[in-house]
Design a protein around this ligand. Structure first.
Ligand code: DAH
Length: 329
């Protein structure tokens, strides 16, 4: 019996033409080369071939098997390549997620505070982080022997230049540049030689200053109470003012806010000391001023319920990502 090579080859080629999936190709493979496949059946018919023809028939069968195996293998390669190409070009593939940066919680809190005070006419004013003794201390009525001038608190470059220890220095720049009346808010970095779980050598403050005619302590109390209500989005929050001392304000106070039944100090404030106004050629008989200074990290910790100050400075992506979708109110 003579097998018809071309018939089987053509049959296979036709099958392969319409096949585009690996699963279908597996079936075609078993149709030809499987246990009951065409080629296998031809092989099992070898025993019925007269012995003088068997050798030639056998080698013809081997050739046929090789051709068929090769055609099927090539088709496998073909399907795999097509799949890779279509996967690359698949227009239905969802768009890749873009990683957008997020605002740092400190920046969010600064903006939130700026927004609240901008409604009262306060404008942001920036001052230098490298200051002279005069702007950081002397002009603010901080005497030569005041403990804040101690080397342990202040990073000095030399006997005159230092890293500002508070944003109160911006009060002086603002009053020199704009004179009275004025309302400014000065956010920024400040530096102190201090580092432990609750203190960082660099942290952020916001300074507020309002100088005008007829500014009184009751204006200060009302303004800061209203700020706290707005910042924490509750009018029920309890506050209190405690007498305190700052060289640049008289009288001075510290403001406490009640959280979970405990008073927590949140800022320092007071009426601008007449000496400070004199230092910038503003007449203390005509003008008076209110001032306050607060630590931004503390407000951020309260707003976002953060327990450890250090997370603000570690730049841990997992921490920062949490603020991705928080809107500034
Ligand atoms: N400068 C003070 C500090 O760093 C904070 C402060 C207190 C600022 C009272 C003020 C103020 O403007 O009136 O601790």
């Amino acid at each position: 019996m003579k097998i018809n090579h071309t018939d089987l080859e053509d049959l296979l080629k036709k099958d392969l033409e319409t096949c585009s999936k690996e699963h279908d190709l597996q079936q075609i493979k078993s149709k030809y080369l499987g246990k009951k496949g065409h080629v296998t059946i031809l092989f099992s018919s070898l025993k019925d071939i007269p012995s003088e023809e068997r050798k030639a028939f056998g080698s013809e069968l081997n050739n046929l098997k090789q051709v068929i195996t090769k055609l099927i293998d090539l088709k496998f390669v073909d399907i795999k390549r097509n799949r890779e190409i279509t996967q690359r070009l698949d227009l239905d593939t969802p768009a890749r997620h873009h990683q957008f940066g997020s605002h740092h919680p400190i920046s969010l809190v600064i903006r939130r505070i700026e927004k609240i005070f901008s409604n009262f006419g306060f404008e942001t004013h920036e001052g230098p982080e490298i200051e002279t003794e005069y702007y950081n201390f002397e002009s603010l009525n901080i005497a030569d022997n005041h403990p804040a001038r101690d080397m342990h608190d202040t990073f000095y470059f030399d006997s005159n230049l230092l890293l500002r220890t508070h944003t109160s220095s911006v009060q002086i720049h603002a009053m020199e540049n704009r004179s009275a009346p004025l309302r400014v808010l000065a956010p920024g970095r400040v530096y102190r030689c201090d580092s432990d779980p609750t203190h960082s050598p660099m942290f952020h403050q916001i300074e507020g200053l309002c100088v005008d005619t007829d500014i009184s302590f009751s204006n200060l109390k009302w303004l800061l109470n209203d700020f706290i209500y707005k910042f924490f989005e509750s009018k029920k929050i309890k506050t209190r003012f405690r007498p305190s001392y700052f060289p640049f304000t008289e009288p001075s106070a510290e403001m406490d806010v009640m959280f979970n039944g405990k008073w927590l100090e949140v800022l320092g404030c007071g009426m601008v000391h007449p000496n400070v106004l004199k230092n910038v050629n503003i007449d203390p008989k005509k003008y008076s001023g209110l001032a306050f200074g607060l630590g931004i990290e503390r407000f951020a910790m309260l707003a976002y319920q953060i327990k450890d100050l250090r997370v603000f400075f570690e730049n841990d992506i997992n921490f920062l990502e949490q603020f991705e979708n928080l809107r500034e109110s």
